[in-house]
Write a protein that binds this ligand. Structure first.
Ligand code: SME
Length: 273
């Protein structure tokens, strides 16, 4: 029930942002980009910036903004104690008029906490694949060779993974094609924001497109592709690269699978040490 509400909130926010962007002029676009920039990790890590955004949103009594920052704080692994201390600052600054917003904030946080503890375990097949990925990650070979082995493994072991590849970040705005298994692609360099890959990099989160025909910001590799998942490899909020999988099957990627692929990326992070 609770997670439904959060999922609905996320979907609506995304949809409304798309509509804003349909009509947006330069000022609106620049403001949006400035907003994204302000929360990128700098001297302050992303989680502290999200807590700051949360406190400011509580004081200004914007429920949507509070919900958004709570979701981001949860993604950035803020603890309940840290969150409570930040909200207490907001309460003291904003006064008792913020209490109704504080109540709703705590309900949302509680739902986020419960959702993350009630996640189903990975199916056995994914668990076995994950162990093999962990073994490959420790091979004493250069990074690309290990990434290539992971691509081959996933493509061979999951029948509906038709293209499996990594894009590696070049600076903070460009993705460059790395090792892959499947047909060669013309999309060798993809700027952040462009296509499904660019969206995952810009938003620093997994993007699943269950029907690519319905996705406007999509770079076609082959007409056979029906669905796609892109999982960013993140360290301290910085994009190091991405795992991109195309499928010739419509709606190929389940939520459990998304969690599995996010685990694959987490296991591969030491390759960037
Ligand atoms: N479809 C991707 C481009 C990369 S290929 O899938 C290999 C996108 O829209 O970003």
């Amino acid at each position: 029930m609770g997670t439904d509400r959060i999922e609905r909130f996320k979907r609506e926010r995304e949809l409304l942002n798309k509509i804003v962007m349909k009509y947006a002029g330069l000022t609106t676009k620049r403001f949006y980009s400035l907003d994204g920039q302000a929360y990128r990790p700098g001297a302050l890590p992303a989680r502290i910036k999200e807590l700051l955004g949360l406190v400011a949103s509580l004081v200004l009594r914007c429920d949507d903004c509070v919900s958004y920052h709570l979701i981001r704080c949860h993604e950035e692994k803020v603890t309940s104690q840290e969150l409570e201390e930040a909200l207490a600052v907001g309460l003291v600054v904003g006064g008792s008029i913020t209490i109704p917003h504080l109540r709703r904030a705590m309900r949302t946080w509680d739902e986020l906490q419960q959702a993350s503890t009630s996640v189903a375990p990975l199916p056995a097949h994914y668990a076995a694949l994950l162990r093999t990925v962990a073994t490959i990650a420790e091979w004493p070979y250069e990074r690309d060779r290990r990434l290539q082995a992971v691509c081959n493994l996933l493509k061979e072991q999951v029948p509906y993974y038709d293209w499996v590849g990594f894009y590696l970040a070049e600076g903070e705005n460009m993705l460059v094609l790395g090792p892959f298994a499947g047909e060669p692609t013309e999309h060798v360099r993809i700027p952040f924001g462009k296509g499904v890959c660019g969206q995952a990099a810009a938003q620093r989160k997994t993007v699943v497109v269950q029907d690519v025909a319905k996705e406007q910001n999509y770079l076609a590799c082959s007409l056979q592709v029906k669905s796609e998942i892109v999982v960013p490899l993140l360290r301290d909020g910085l994009v190091l690269g991405e795992l991109d999988i195309d499928s010739h099957t419509l709606a190929a990627f389940s939520e459990a699978e998304q969690r599995f692929l996010e685990e694959v990326c987490r296991v591969l992070l030491p390759l960037w040490d």
